[in-house]
Write a protein that binds this ligand. Structure first.
Ligand SMILES: Cc1ncc(COP(=O)(O)O)c(C=O)c1O
Length: 417
């Protein structure tokens, strides 16, 4: 593995997956489908099993193609290491179960993806994991919510679809004072936002989105920044892992306990698709962000659009934070308010290029009405605190020519009068 830290991340990303010599000169990472991995002797297999020797034993715990994808994430996020998961949800749940299982508390932003809200409100409480919902820009409230049982502060880098931007530097300062792990679900993508540089300890991705970039594979990632000390009493349940694996404790426990027991591993076929996606992430994000900025500016001039919520618009309340967090790129997601649900539906039905789907981060531009789809099971109050209104649409901007996107929106707005 050639990881030359003098090179730009976009360069390293393309050359970090494997040594071609290990695979008959194959330049692209091959798909290794073997479920089990042989060692020459019983003693050697025992050594790999117990972590005393490197190697693979069983593909639920590790697989060479999946490892190659984990290397890419580690390079992009400048992490200590990564674990790939079956989906973004599996990455979120594995992390929170490890950190907070058994009467642990999470402080979470309400302005997050509906699926994560469901996880925190429905599935995790019976496992003894309880959530305090706190506005991540109310720093006094974040600090006040910290108790001896707090195991993590959880936020998305750009809230989906609220478009609120987390100031990770400020949250990390609070988390650091109390020795609490700061987790960032990096909706902004590892190319335009590197949460480690702003103090986040754990970074999560739904790789199904911009990392895949082609809407063809579900996957997730957990990256450990390597900057957190897991030894204090707040994480006493991880003591055994800390004693054995020191600063690798979180990754070791995640892979060898949670992933092994819950089984949410990534398939090598999906890993291969996601590796290809990751390779072109930098260039795609440049184009998607430029398109999004132009489309948002155009929509913002329309008198028949009640509100354009895009953190790259100078009037957006989080414009300054977004500039800092995304290196001035602001992301490729935006939200629109059209006044009524009926207008939203008419607009969607009249679009010819944007696809009406519950996904984001495709090469194609996508649109969805969250209140009737992804977030429809949230109660009214949760919907509002998640920034979801009945007249709100989420748009994920793709790689098309931006003039075509603008013309499509223009026609659909006229049809939605
Ligand atoms: C911010 C965020 N986190 C997590 C997820 C879950 O990811 P997946 O669909 O890969 O399970 C999503 C999916 O929409 C998301 O938008």
């Amino acid at each position: 593995m050639h990881v030359n830290k003098q090179q730009h991340r976009a360069t390293r990303l393309l050359h970090c997956t494997h040594d071609a010599a290990d695979y008959d000169g194959a330049v692209g990472m091959p798909i290794v489908t073997s479920t089990a991995y042989e060692q020459a002797t019983a003693e050697e297999l025992e050594a790999v099993f117990t972590g005393r020797a490197p190697g693979y034993v069983y593909a639920r715990i590790g697989n060479p193609t999946v490892t190659a994808f984990e290397w890419q994430a580690t390079v992009l996020e400048d992490g200590l290491g990564a674990l790939a998961c079956a989906s973004g949800m599996s990455a979120v749940s594995a992390t929170l179960i490890l950190l907070a299982g058994g009467e642990g508390e999470i402080i979470a932003s309400p302005a997050i993806f509906g699926g994560t809200r469901y996880l925190l409100t429905r599935t995790l409480p019976p496992l003894g994991i309880h959530t305090h919902w706190v506005d991540m820009q109310d720093y006094a409230a974040v600090e006040k919510a910290i108790t001896p049982a707090t195991r993590a502060i959880f936020t998305e880098t750009i809230g989906n679809p609220a478009m609120t931007v987390a100031d990770l530097d400020r949250l990390a300062e609070i988390a650091g004072r109390y020795g609490v792990a700061l987790i960032a679900d990096n909706t902004a993508t590892p190319y335009i936002c590197r949460p480690k540089d702003h103090g986040a300890h754990i970074i999560i991705h739904s790789a199904s989105k911009f990392i895949s970039g082609h809407g063809n594979a579900i996957g997730g990632l957990i990256v450990d920044s390597g900057t957190f000390d897991w030894s204090p009493p707040r994480y006493a349940h991880m003591r055994e892992w800390v004693e054995k694996f020191r600063h690798f404790a979180f990754l070791a426990a995640l892979r060898s306990q949670v992933q092994r027991d819950l089984g949410g591993c990534l398939s090598p076929f999906n890993a291969a698709l996601l590796i290809s996606g990751m390779e072109s992430l930098p260039v795609r994000m440049e184009r998607c962000c430029t398109n999004a900025a132009q489309l948002a500016a155009w929509l913002n001039e329309r008198s028949d659009v009640a509100e354009v919520n895009y953190p790259g618009l100078p009037a957006h309340p989080d414009y300054a934070i977004a500039g800092k967090m995304t290196d001035g790129k602001y992301g490729a997601l935006l939200a629109l308010r059209l006044g009524t649900r009926a207008r939203c539906f008419k607009f969607i039905n009249a679009l010819k290029i944007f696809r009406n789907v519950a996904n984001l981060g495709d090469a194609r531009s996508l649109v969805v009405h969250p209140a009737s789809t992804i977030a429809r099971e949230l109660d009214k109050e949760s919907m509002l605190s998640s920034g979801i209104y009945d007249d709100l649409l989420r748009i994920s901007v793709g790689l098309e020519n931006v003039d075509d996107l603008i013309a499509d929106c223009s026609g659909a707005l006229d049809a939605a009068e």
